[in-house]
Design a protein around this ligand. Structure first.
Ligand code: PMP
Length: 360
């Protein structure tokens, strides 16, 4: 039985938080395809499993608090110095730390909507005021001019999700340059590149180059998607040294577990890199196959540079997600708005394509 209710009030911002709805989990033994959480369908590489098994013998000790070896490997991988890298328990935790490091109570945080559902939660928890700027109708592209126009003297942070989860398009260099030129330099611009490795559009800027020219930019990256380590929780920020130090200062002590650190290091080893990026290429090829097939079926889809496709189904969204589930495919509904479907293994994608063909 539960304990009695306490009379301690929660912070008003906490009582009002929207729920972060996780994608459905597949029950053990179930035959459902899981295309609901933008995960990587491939199992961990043998070398990563070996590293985890070896690391498991050491878990009676605390992990390296600041994950020094991993930070060095990520810095080398990214082309920056270790002082520019901060790791965390998934990039969602790193985002929370970024906001805690810079947002004063009541500061405005501008972000696109619809976008990553953790944004409004992280902003409210940090004590910020959410200023949500609608993405462009139909194309699902961020409206950067409108986001720049939403910046006021009270704005402390702008979140730029590229490619945008859940709509799919990525921001182009010219748009982002114009945007950065319009935003005051004391406003932090967080460029969330969770799906970076899936981008094939040459008009998408190189984040590090952007950061070198605009030190008020922070890049947010993750090993959950292309690297297939969602279950271990490793994300990182790339930032100017003083900002990185501030983010590190508010981070949870020992926030990245030992197993996560060793698995991430093994994934960044050159041989593993090669194999993992081949898998990403295979997923990108599947993305092309799936979006071509859907367009042939007659669907009008926004362009996607990520490992998912967006269907703006409006009021039919929840019903369609239910039908997909009954046919053995889990997808992610955003009620009243649209459906996000992850690109998975070919059989999963085929199963979804045959469901989608019955919807038109
Ligand atoms: N940013 C975006 C845009 C995402 O879609 C996600 C995952 N859904 C994340 C950040 C967080 O990823 P993680 O915490 O697993 O690193």
């Amino acid at each position: 039985t539960s304990v009695e209710e306490a009379s301690v009030p929660l912070r008003a911002a906490v009582s009002a938080l929207p729920a972060y709805v996780p994608g459905a989990r597949v029950a053990a033994g179930s035959r459902a395809w899981k295309l609901s959480s933008n995960e990587n369908p491939y199992p961990p590489l043998p070398s990563v499993l070996d590293a985890i098994a070896r690391g498991a013998t050491e878990v009676n000790r605390y992990p390296d608090m600041y994950a020094g070896e991993l930070v060095e490997a990520l810095a080398a991988h990214t082309g920056v110095a270790p002082e520019n890298v901060v790791v965390g328990n998934g990039s969602v935790a790193v985002l929370a730390h970024v906001l805690q490091a810079v947002v004063e109570h009541g500061d405005e945080v501008v972000f696109p909507w619809r976008s990553f559902e953790a944004y409004p939660i992280a902003v409210a928890v940090a004590g910020g005021r959410a200023v949500m700027v609608p993405v462009q109708e139909g194309t699902g592209r961020l409206d950067l001019p409108a986001m720049a126009a939403a910046v006021t003297p009270a704005t402390r942070v702008v979140l730029v999700c590229t490619p945008n989860n859940p709509t799919g398009p990525a921001v182009h260099s010219d748009e982002l340059e114009t945007f950065l030129a319009a935003v005051p330099r004391n406003v932090l611009v967080v460029v969330d590149e969770a799906y970076l490795e899936f981008v094939r559009d040459p008009q998408v800027p190189d984040g590090v180059d952007l950061l070198r020219r605009h030190p008020n930019v922070v890049l947010l990256r993750t090993l959950s998607k292309a690297y297939g380590l969602a279950g271990l929780r490793v994300g990182y920020a790339v930032a100017a040294p003083g900002l990185a130090a501030g983010i590190r200062a508010v981070s949870t002590p020992f926030g990245v577990s030992h197993l996560a650190q060793v698995a991430a290091l093994a994934s960044l080893a050159p041989e593993a890199q090669g194999e993992l990026m081949q898998r990403v290429d295979a997923l990108v090829a599947e993305r092309t196959r799936v979006t071509d097939a859907l367009r042939d079926q007659g669907w009008d889809l926004p362009e996607t540079q990520a490992n998912f496709v967006w269907f703006g189904l409006g009021e039919r969204t929840v019903e369609r997600a239910g039908q997909a589930r009954e046919s053995g495919v889990l997808v992610r509904p955003f009620a009243g708005d649209g459906l996000r479907v992850t690109i998975g293994e070919p059989e999963a994608n085929d199963a979804f394509l045959s469901i989608a063909s019955t919807w038109l």
